[in-house]
Design a protein around this ligand. Structure first.
Ligand SMILES: *Cc1c(COP(=O)(O)O)cnc(C)c1O
Length: 488
């Protein structure tokens, strides 16, 4: 069994084994003609269930054959141009190469003595990101598992900073008094974080958005006033730069002004909109982000990186101390004096992947402009798609895209009952998924069911969009035909 350990004597097995796996995936990618096979849970579950994990096959080739059956054949493929559903991107090859290297070397980024160069590479990428944002000379940050964790950590720092002293709050405010302001279409991880941070149930104040799905800062100002009047503490405002549902970007400069005025921590959730940091023509859309106290970026959404790759960045490195604990066996306090860089001092995680290497490889091979061009392409595609849908009498589209998302619904001319229209759209999404021809997402707007394209594949064309719109209309019409038959 020792022949399975990766070491100096097994290099040949490693090479053969990994190459064989890569060949399978490469063949799969080359021959996948749909984003999904449409397999059902009921069809797939027994295939996985009948495998006895206590009866190994002892043979890599046989296991890869089996993997075809339980995973590869029916996986949802994000690289396919008709995968238009969630915030998943096709990945760039330098990043996948980075992934292969980082898992083989298996550095852990918690301490210098488990990573060495990995720590310095991560730190350089953090600096690169804070410079792109414009957070200033005292900025810092750390890679995380995703936007959810980044938001949690940012709000932890905000909670600690909201305690005595900050912006006129002399007394220690109990957690019950802390308030977070976020738009009604902010990510649900804001509420989850508030819960994890022990804040009260009504700690997250939901600020309405306008028809453009951006936070109404007039209401934010009013709510901040009210918060102060009620003797509560405005702990943080979460501005979303690229909402998950619409890609809308909250008015960052106005929000920054209000945060300054009310002494609230400004967190910018740019999990999605961070792609604009490399954009060659749309960077200005996130102007104001440089005034944030903390920023969430998800490289695994708009930097074409494999899951997971994310970071939380802060204006003031000193605020990261709120996540610092020292363990004698790992990162004793004296190491700080010795200037040994232990990233665990800044992180909620302990053992941690060297995800930064993927971004490093990407920047070294393609350059930031290379990523920016890809992201600009999908933003252009969304603009073209918006024009297509807006001109299509079969559809209603919600808002002109700020990034690469389109939210729309099928509205048959002959049907006026809104619940029937809801059901037709729900049915169309399901039927499309079952067909495997394309994958789209869905959401609710104003209580009604809508469909959603999240465009992150530069290989998707307007022809793909047109074709998918026709497919959706076909399924919806079929549903309406059948439900009319049933009614008569
Ligand atoms: C996706 C997303 C998150 C959560 O990020 P994960 O990487 O999925 O944990 C947070 N905020 C926004 C705006 C997002 O789109």
């Amino acid at each position: 069994m020792r022949s399975h350990l990766l070491n100096d004597t097994t290099a040949e097995r490693y090479r053969r084994s990994v190459t064989e796996g890569i060949e399978r995936v490469a063949a799969k990618l080359a021959t996948t003609d749909r984003p999904f096979t449409g397999v059902t849970v009921d069809a797939l579950a027994p295939r996985i269930e009948r495998i006895d994990l206590d009866k190994p096959l002892y043979d890599t080739t046989a296991v890869l054959d089996e993997l075809e059956d339980v995973y590869l054949r029916d996986a949802v493929y994000f690289h396919h141009p008709r995968y238009l559903a969630h915030l998943n991107c096709p990945v760039v090859i330098p990043a996948v190469l980075g992934e292969a290297v980082l898992s083989a070397v298996n550095s852990s980024l918690d301490t210098w003595d488990q990573s060495a160069g990995g720590t310095l590479i991560e730190r350089k990428l953090i600096d690169w990101t804070t410079e792109r944002i414009g957070l200033g000379p005292a900025a810092d940050g750390v890679f995380t598992s995703g936007g959810t964790q980044s938001n949690l950590q940012a709000l932890l720092l905000a909670r600690e900073e909201a305690k005595p002293g900050r912006a006129g709050w002399e007394t220690s405010a109990s957690h019950a008094k802390l308030r977070i302001f976020a738009s009604e279409v902010s990510h649900f991880s804001v509420k989850k974080s508030a819960k994890l941070l022990g804040l009260s149930q009504d700690s997250v104040v939901s600020i309405p958005v306008g028809h453009d799905k951006r936070m109404q800062t007039v209401v934010l100002a009013r709510e901040l006033e009210r918060c102060k009047r009620d003797g509560l503490v405005p702990m943080a405002v979460v501005a979303t730069a690229g909402t998950t549902d619409f890609g809308s970007i909250d008015p960052l400069p106005e929000i920054a002004d209000l945060c300054e005025q009310f002494g609230a921590w400004m967190h910018v959730d740019a999990a999605y909109g961070c792609g604009l940091l490399t954009s060659l023509k749309n960077r200005h859309r996130i102007d104001g982000i440089e005034r944030a106290d903390s920023v969430t970026v998800d490289y695994h959404k708009s930097f074409f990186q494999p899951v997971s790759s994310s970071a939380v960045l802060v204006r003031d490195a000193a605020t990261l101390r709120h996540a610092t604990y020292h363990a004698e066996y790992l990162n004793p306090r004296r190491m700080v004096q010795e200037r040994i860089p232990n990233q665990v001092d800044k992180s909620l995680q302990t053992t941690r992947r060297f995800d930064a290497l993927k971004l490093w490889m990407t920047l070294r091979v393609m350059g930031a402009d290379g990523i920016g061009r890809l992201f600009d392409d999908v933003c252009d595609l969304a603009e073209a798609g918006w024009k297509l849908i807006a001109a299509d009498p079969r559809y209603d589209v919600v808002v002109e895209p700020s990034l690469s998302t389109l939210v729309f619904r099928y509205i048959p001319a002959a049907v006026t009952d809104p619940s029937v229209i809801d059901r037709a759209n729900l049915y169309a999404r399901k039927a499309l998924f079952a067909s495997g021809d394309a994958v789209v997402a869905g959401t609710k707007v104003g209580g009604r069911h809508f469909l959603k394209f999240t465009l992150l594949n530069p290989e998707t064309t307007t022809d793909d969009i047109s074709a998918v719109l026709d497919l959706i209309a076909g399924h919806a019409e079929q549903y309406l035909g059948e439900s009319l038959d049933r009614a008569s």
